[in-house]
Design a protein around this ligand. Structure first.
Ligand code: C5P
Length: 232
């Protein structure tokens, strides 16, 4: 708990099912949802638009602290929309180009520092589902529930492949496996906030599991934690 706000920190690599699980969980519990990865993606897009180079540490940190971003639920499907400077960029930030850029800017300590308070500001009653790489280790280290979702690189690339095919984009599966591996490598070996499970996180391997199965497992973990909090 942070004050009266219950935080569920969900970390893991892309394609582990985090985004889908976190959104379903937030809806089910009536909690707020923080997509911290979208912040790094927004920064990569904002940098591109403002012609800030992805190795210009100082300007990237300023941009991270001040970029005009917001999140809102779309009126029809209840999906979160991501807004940069008043424009809906939900689709744009999912391109392979911005994915690669987000992982580059995310390795810069000054950028992470600039985004830290912006991320913590999402914690408000009744609770928050925080989705990212360092939610349980750095951003919300006191979160009572910490989950680390994972899946094999091949399965994660396949999920991405299916998403792109559904959108009518043709891509090579081999190239996606390579992208997944190189992004993992960068995320896991960077000096600041590397992608690692918090010591007190429950790890769930989602390889071969469907969304409902994973959601049920996570809901069980949340309920068990609530029950033990009530007892103590
Ligand atoms: O989760 P998503 O794939 O949208 O995140 C995009 C990139 O942002 C990741 O590859 C990772 O480098 C970075 N990220 C991070 N810390 C977070 C969330 C995302 O470093 N909490």
């Amino acid at each position: 708990m942070t004050g009266q706000v219950s935080i569920i920190a969900v970390d893991g690599p892309s394609g582990s099912g985090k985004g889908t699980i976190c959104q379903l969980l937030a809806t089910r519990l009536g909690y707020h949802y923080l997509d911290s990865g979208a912040m790094y993606r927004l920064l990569a897009l904002a940098a591109k638009r403002h012609k800030v180079a992805l190795d210009d540490v100082e300007d990237l940190a300023v941009l991270a602290a001040h970029m005009d971003i917001s999140f809102r639920m779309n009126s029809s499907g209840g999906h979160p929309e991501v807004i940069l400077e008043g424009e809906d960029v939900t689709q744009q930030i999912r391109s392979e180009d911005i994915s690669a850029g987000s992982s580059l800017v995310a390795a810069i300590p000054a950028v992470r520092m600039a985004l830290l308070e912006r991320q913590r500001a999402f914690a408000s009653a009744p609770g928050l589902v925080a989705d990212g790489r360092d939610m349980g280790t750095v951003v919300f280290p006191d979160a009572p529930v910490k989950i680390f979702l994972n899946a094999s690189p091949e399965e994660r690339a396949k999920r991405r492949y299916n998403q792109l095919m559904d959108k009518g984009e043709s891509v090579s599966l081999a190239a996606l496996v390579e992208n997944v591996r190189s992004r993992d490598e960068r995320d896991m070996t960077r000096e600041v906030s590397p992608l690692v499970p918090a010591q007190d996180a429950v790890e769930i391997d989602t390889t071969g599991k469907d969304i409902q199965e994973v959601l049920n497992t996570v809901l069980d973990i949340v309920r068990t934690s609530e029950m033990s909090a009530q007892r103590s």
